[in-house]
Design a protein around this ligand. Sequence first.
Ligand SMILES: [Zn+2]
Length: 548
Amino acid sequence: MFLQLPTLKERSVLSIVVLSSLWLAVLGNLALWRNLVNLPDLTGFHGVVFGVAFAFIIACIVAACLALFAWRLTLKPVITLLLMLAAFATHYMLTYGIVVDTPMLVNVLQTDSREARDQLSIYLLFTVLLLAVIPAIWLWRQPVVTHRLHTQLLNNLGLFIASLALAFGTTQLVFQDFSSLMRNYTEMRYQINPLNSIYAVLDMTVIPAEQPRGPMQPLGEDAQIVRGSVQANQRAPLLVFVLGETARSQNFSLNGYPRETNPLLAKENVTSFSQVSSCGTSTAESLPCMFSHLGRTAFTKRSNEFENMLDVLQRAGYAVLWIDNQSGCKGQCVRIPTAYTSDLKLPEYCQTGECRDTVMLARIDAELAKLPEERRARGTVVVLHQMGSHGPAYFKRTPTEFKTFQPECTDSSLSQCERAKVVNAYDNTILFTDYFLSRVIGWLKTQDKNAGAMLYVSDHGESLGEKNMYLHGLPYSVAPPEQTTVPMITWLSPSFEKFSRVSTQCLQTQRDKALSHDNLFHSVLGLMSVKTSVYQRELDFFAACEGR
Ligand SMILES: [Zn+2]
């Protein structure tokens, strides 16, 4: 029943690679395009331009991969394999909303034939026929021009380099959108066919697995509160550790920012440390390191997981509590009492699935009351994990009455806004944090059974368009100071000054000292008078002021 087909003209390897790459990038990514269209970030003409550029980048990377296999015997089988992978992935992505990553691939390979039969459907057959079988039939019918070995080698090399250069150049053109997309929708990188499958296969085969870390090591087993630090007539210490989010030091008027972003804290007896560097440039990177005794360098090289500052404080006998108004504590609060604001139904604080940071103060008394009485008699440490200045939708972080700096950028795709509007929206979040911290201090002042203190420190900073960079998360070695210089503010009540023998007056003289997250573990233990062999006095920035 086959018709006599006309003799086909020989095609060059280049044209086969280009056509296949375009097919794979455009039609092999129907699920990705569907998801992209549904995102609020990229709309209208701008969204279309970005989509075209995105497809072109994918096509170039696929072409670069194919260039490695652009030999007579390997080209067609490799393209066929990629067509099949993309078609199957598209079907499962469209039907089940899955993404293709290494665990998924392991799952697929472990699926037994009965399960596989259950998943067979007419839609699957249709998708595979349309996206893979038909183009594969076309492909195998194409006669390919053959060259001598060295000519083909040069051609392939040229194709490889040109494809990567084009991919790189186009990425630069849409870098802002691209990087904010990949950061806000991390899962999207696993939706790019067939690169997701290629990566998963490589990950399972040739990419060396990260060295498994040894079991969790206990820390500070000898920890105890220095005897006599809480005497009968003294108040038990109460430290509120406010864990900031995406706040950068330079936008705090306490640190010299010309805009009045700290009007309320300026009225309090606080110390704002101006030269504090973060441990990482993202929450996931910074958080575990901030609570670790190791410091940045040793932390990245650690061969074991260790317990953290909060475990040591708890072991010493203090009541410890974590209240989270963020995406969780990154493993830092697993052994201590924790409260999540996301469970709360408090319409005055929480709307559209997100709560204002002040919700934590609305909950703090009730959550503290749940802690053991005998521990609270010795003292308490509470971590309040802020939503803070979490981007890119800064404007969503502030209630109307804190929108002092106008006009605000209200587009999550920050590069679409004038820089000044981005900075306005960001500065309003700092203004709200200023209010939140002053409320924390206000609450501490009412705790007349306790000696209250606050320590505020942010996890990392943020780029706001400097050198065309936005958001955060750059590798630490190349990250700009905007992403790594973080605010740190202390407030000590007179009774806490008596307990810790550290005076604000002395701390003020230390405020421009170069400090980092490396100091936190030891400084908090020192401030709370915890004695343990893991404490290093030289890293305790309060130690210089002890007794002064
Ligand atoms: Zn963060």
